[in-house]
Design a protein around this ligand. Structure first.
Ligand SMILES: N[C@@H](CCC(=O)N[C@@H](CS)C(=O)NCC(=O)O)C(=O)O
Length: 221
């Protein structure tokens, strides 16, 4: 039997968090190896583990996978979170990419210079309220089903739920006008695998705070 996937990254959210969420949703246990220093990163680079010299890297099924989206797609395909046919997959990809666009803005936010943060926060909220959340609310309304695609859980639901949690951390009122998104978040959060992951003490990471930002600067500078 294959061992647990091993996640290589720093001890923070950034690009690895959506991988943690997706593995958790699939009910897959995983191990993590946190890089703490530049030497840790160099070691992975020198031993040829990082195809493009970048992390996230995930050891899974005898492979050393890099590129966040490739990793997510592999997990989704393996654990039936990727639709039943190519049309469903196209929708799941389209929704996941929309989520990723807003998520990218949030991911960089903690690493911005202090003077740029207020502007970026306003931009994130504006895009969430006026572009991304209305689009996903409309999808759920259009078919009246429990999940975004095919009436069953897919990676798109997991990514969107993660995004909803993270935007709510930035503004607790952000979901006020999106009842179907709230319902989706509750539904996904109540899945047994997710319930466990959302409890304190799980491998879910908190917001990337100043300590994390400092350590990341040391690793990558
Ligand atoms: N497209 C890649 C980007 C990965 C990336 O930018 N990783 C950063 C850490 S979050 C990194 O390793 N930076 C070092 C470098 O690019 O040399 C992905 O999605 O995985």
């Amino acid at each position: 039997m294959a061992g647990k996937p091993i996640l290589h990254y720093f001890d923070g959210r950034a690009r690895m968090e959506s991988i943690r969420w997706l593995l958790a949703a699939a009910g897959v246990e995983f191990e993590e190896k946190f890089m703490k220093t530049r030497e840790d990163l160099e070691k992975l680079r020198k031993d040829g583990s990082l195809m493009f010299q970048q992390v996230p890297m995930v050891e899974i099924d005898g492979m050393k996978l890099v590129q966040t989206r490739a990793i997510l797609n592999y997990i989704a395909a393996k654990y039936n979170l990727y639709g039943k046919d190519i049309k469903e997959r196209a929708l799941i990809d389209m929704y996941s990419e929309g989520v990723a666009d807003l998520n990218e803005m949030i991911l960089y936010y903690p690493f911005l210079p202090p003077g740029d943060k207020d502007g970026r926060l306003a931009q994130i909220k504006e895009k969430a309220r006026n572009r991304y959340f209305p689009a996903f609310e409309k999808v759920l309304k259009s078919h009246g089903q429990d999940y975004l695609v095919g009436n069953r859980l897919s990676k798109a639901d997991v990514h969107l739920t993660e995004l909803l949690y993270h935007t709510e951390e930035l503004d607790s009122t952000i979901l006020a006008n999106f009842p179907l998104l709230k319902a989706l978040r509750t539904r996904v959060s109540n899945l047994p695998t997710m319930k466990k992951f959302l409890q304190p003490g799980s491998q879910r990471k908190p917001f990337d705070d100043e300590k994390c930002v400092e350590s990341v600067k040391k690793i990558f500078s």
